[in-house]
Design a protein around this ligand. Structure first.
Ligand SMILES: [Cu+2]
Length: 328
């Protein structure tokens, strides 16, 4: 058999074995520290890249892809640099005063390296990137979360971006989102376009979540589906510890989902009420206020979230009734 094919097969098998071993070796111990491959992923992300640890299940898979890509690029960078220096030395003028038009005759090692790189990239795509993409962009999973939001076991939130803040809408006590109508929409008071004459609407709005007190609230250990859109230009909803980053595009409602795992939350980072507050940033250059387009997202326990939503939903309905009465 041609040597080049032996190299290709060898590289592919070795790559798959390494990848599968790494994935299987990645287990969370009872102490919630990571072992095996994920230990090195955790170290690389937190110590070298100075990134906060992920607080979601899928976040670890994002980190694996990030670290694997960087590792592969680092190996290629060092390898090609050494090869370049080797070539400068080996093919120096004093060693080869006359050019050899045939060049190097044996191409076994270069072919082996080339196919090795291809094999590593295939492993990266097949074993890491595609499963991650399939998990994050899974329509069935999204539909399931939306269905579970009806009975309160899951949650759906509509995120609205505008220059230069973030808002959120929850379905409220009835677990049903009210109809929206562009005729009622107003950028500062009614960005979701809810009917001001309908006092039955109990949707909860968190408008311009620019400070910690008025943060967008999500429950831990609950599957959350977001529907993200924008009122003006393209923004991008990014919460680094969630490992969530999704464009907000006018006219489109883009979905993404996540589940915060309480075990991954650092108790030392909690505020005095035991809540964890994270920064929302805009990851798409969107105008002169882009740099200050921050918001806050607060992770609380399921019980606390339920109380919060109920109180807010009742208050929203009450104030709608009062506004209507005052208008009469
Ligand atoms: Cu923006």
């Amino acid at each position: 058999m041609n040597k080049k094919y032996i190299g290709l097969i060898f590289g592919a098998i070795a790559g798959v074995v390494v990848a599968v071993t790494l994935i299987n070796g990645a287990k969370v111990e009872d102490t919630h520290t990571f072992t095996g491959f994920d230990k090195s992923v955790e170290y690389t992300m937190t110590e070298l890249f100075k990134s906060p640890p992920p607080i979601t299940e899928h976040g670890w898979n994002v980190d694996r892809v990030v670290v694997f890509v960087h590792f592969l690029m680092a190996v290629l960078f060092v390898g090609w640099t050494l090869y370049f220096i080797f070539c400068l030395f080996k093919f120096r003028e004093s060693n080869h005063p006359k050019a050899d038009y045939h060049g190097v005759r044996s191409k076994f090692w270069t072919t082996l390296v080339e196919y090795g790189v291809i094999a590593a990239e295939v492993v990266l795509i097949v074993c890491f990137a595609i499963p991650l993409w399939a998990e994050v962009m899974n329509d069935e999973k999204l539909a399931k979360i939306k269905a579970s939001a009806k009975d309160g076991s899951g949650l759906e939130i509509h995120i609205l971006a505008k220059q230069f803040d973030w808002s959120a809408r929850y379905a409220g006590n009835d677990n049903t989102f009210a109809q929206q109508d562009i005729r009622f929409a107003d950028k500062s008071n009614n960005p979701y376009g809810l009917d001001p004459n309908d006092a039955s609407i109990d949707d909860v709005l968190v408008l311009a979540a620019k400070d910690r007190k008025g943060a967008i609230v999500v429950p831990a250990d609950t599957a959350v589906a977001l529907k993200i859109t924008s009122m003006d230009v393209i923004h991008s909803f990014k919460v680094l510890p969630l490992r969530v980053c999704k464009d907000a595009i006018p006219g489109l409602q883009l979905p993404i989902h996540f589940k915060v795992n309480t075990d991954y939350l650092d108790p030392n980072q909690a505020n005095k009420d035991g809540e964890h507050v994270f920064l929302i940033t805009c990851a798409q250059l969107c105008g002169d206020g882009h740099g200050s387009m921050n918001g806050y997202l607060k992770v609380v326990s399921r019980k606390k979230f339920k109380q919060w939503l109920e109180t807010k939903s009742n208050a929203a309905q009450q104030s709608r009734r009062e506004n209507l009465a005052a208008a009469k």
